[in-house]
Design a protein around this ligand. Structure first.
Ligand SMILES: Cc1cc2nc3c(=O)[nH]c(=O)nc-3n(C[C@H](O)[C@H](O)[C@H](O)COP(=O)(O)O)c2cc1C
Ligand SMILES: Nc1ncnc2c1ncn2[C@@H]1O[C@H](COP(=O)(O)OP(=O)(O)O)[C@@H](O)[C@H]1O
Length: 311
């Protein structure tokens, strides 16, 4: 997959693609359905996603708490695994002032040379969200590209549409399995293992820590998790128990995801890991002492093992 991060980098050979347009946060089953339809709509064209950075919501509500399900690199990685040829991840700043007419003419036709585009029926675009899917189809005709409008994708009959906001709500309410049903995969947090306060090992529970900067915070508390170590000598899959929280008993700083891996001993600092949230076990608490915390961590470990063995 070729990832293009500024419209200045579009090459003549990138033209002619069939592009699905949207934010693709989470790359959930609805997104995956759109990409399947993009292949059917233009089987001979290269398959692309057209998306914008930063996410428009981050631009319009910069003070709002982070809501993103994944960072751009993770999204790119997932889209690549789905067999995408091209990812146009273009600057939102360069399109935000454009009218629907200008977006279709200047970006879709002139700059990207799309042959076809696929959007959902609730698609809105252009300055002030002035254009809808029908406008887009009409402007496609004028500008020489085809448009397919897809109905909302739901899980089975009568169920509500799969959406990034539905996934966010499930995670914020501590329902990672419901999130996974909409995503088609576990919700994962990934990144390089960071240094912490070196307290974990003194408690008998060393934890591999990940920062949550820029990401939605699922419900704070303890989770049964599946861990992939992505590089280095320990690469492989592990089970574990993780605490997503602000450590009220200790520093109470920024939220981190701290994962204890079962039956593992080794150095993970700087290693890329990916932690899948499987089940919420309990909220984060303040205990009356370290001994009580350790006793609870022992129960958390047993609880997580039972959940993961039953998968
Ligand atoms: C399974 C598990 C449960 C935890 N539960 C709590 C908790 O309820 N309250 C709390 O303040 N910290 C909790 N922690 C976090 C620890 O207090 C501690 O900060 C962490 O394990 C080690 O921090 P470090 O990686 O910075 O050394 C938990 C950690 C784990 C692994
Ligand atoms: N079973 C394990 N689970 C998680 N990390 C482990 C484990 N065994 C060893 N480690 C290592 O120990 C480090 C965590 O130790 P800890 O005392 O919690 O320090 P820190 O506060 O820096 O995270 C991890 O980053 C990893 O390198």
């Amino acid at each position: 997959m070729r990832r293009i991060r500024t419209i200045d980098d579009v090459l003549p050979s990138d033209r002619g693609a069939c592009a699905a347009i949207g934010n693709f946060d989470g790359v959930h089953l609805g997104h995956q359905a759109i990409l399947d339809r993009a292949r059917e709509a233009a089987p001979d064209a290269s398959r692309a996603v057209l998306t914008f950075e930063p996410h428009p919501r981050e631009v319009f509500a910069p003070e709002a708490p982070p809501f993103r399900l994944m960072r751009p690199d993770t999204r790119a990685h997932r889209l690549e695994k789905l067999g995408l040829d091209l990812l146009f991840e273009i600057e939102f700043d360069r399109v935000r002032g454009l009218s629907p007419e200008a977006f279709c003419a200047e970006i879709c036709a002139e700059t990207l040379g799309l042959t076809h585009a696929v959007v959902g029926e609730d698609f809105r675009f252009g300055k002030g969200r002035a254009g809808d899917a029908e406008t887009f189809a009409r402007l496609g005709e004028t500008n020489g590209f085809g448009v397919t409008i897809l109905p909302a994708f739901g899980l089975g009959e009568g169920s509500s549409r799969v959406s990034s906001s539905g996934v966010r709500a499930a995670l914020e309410e501590g329902r990672p399995r419901d999130a996974a049903a909409m995503l088609g995969h576990w919700h994962r947090v990934d990144g390089p293992v960071e240094h912490g306060d070196k307290r974990g090992r003194t408690l008998g529970y060393p934890t591999a820590n990940l920062g949550m900067e820029g990401l939605l915070l699922p419900k704070l508390g303890v989770y049964a998790v599946l861990v992939d170590i992505l590089d280095g000598p320990h690469a492989g899959s592990w089970q574990g128990v993780a605490s997503l929280g602000v450590r009220p008993m200790f520093d109470g700083g920024a939220a981190k995801l701290e994962t204890f891996l079962f039956d593992f001993d080794g150095d993970l600092y700087g290693t890329e890991i990916s932690v899948a949230l499987v089940e919420f076990l309990r909220p984060e608490e303040t205990f009356d002492g370290v001994e009580t915390l350790i006793a609870q961590m022992d129960r958390d470990k047993a609880g997580a093992r039972a959940v993961l063995e039953a998968l």
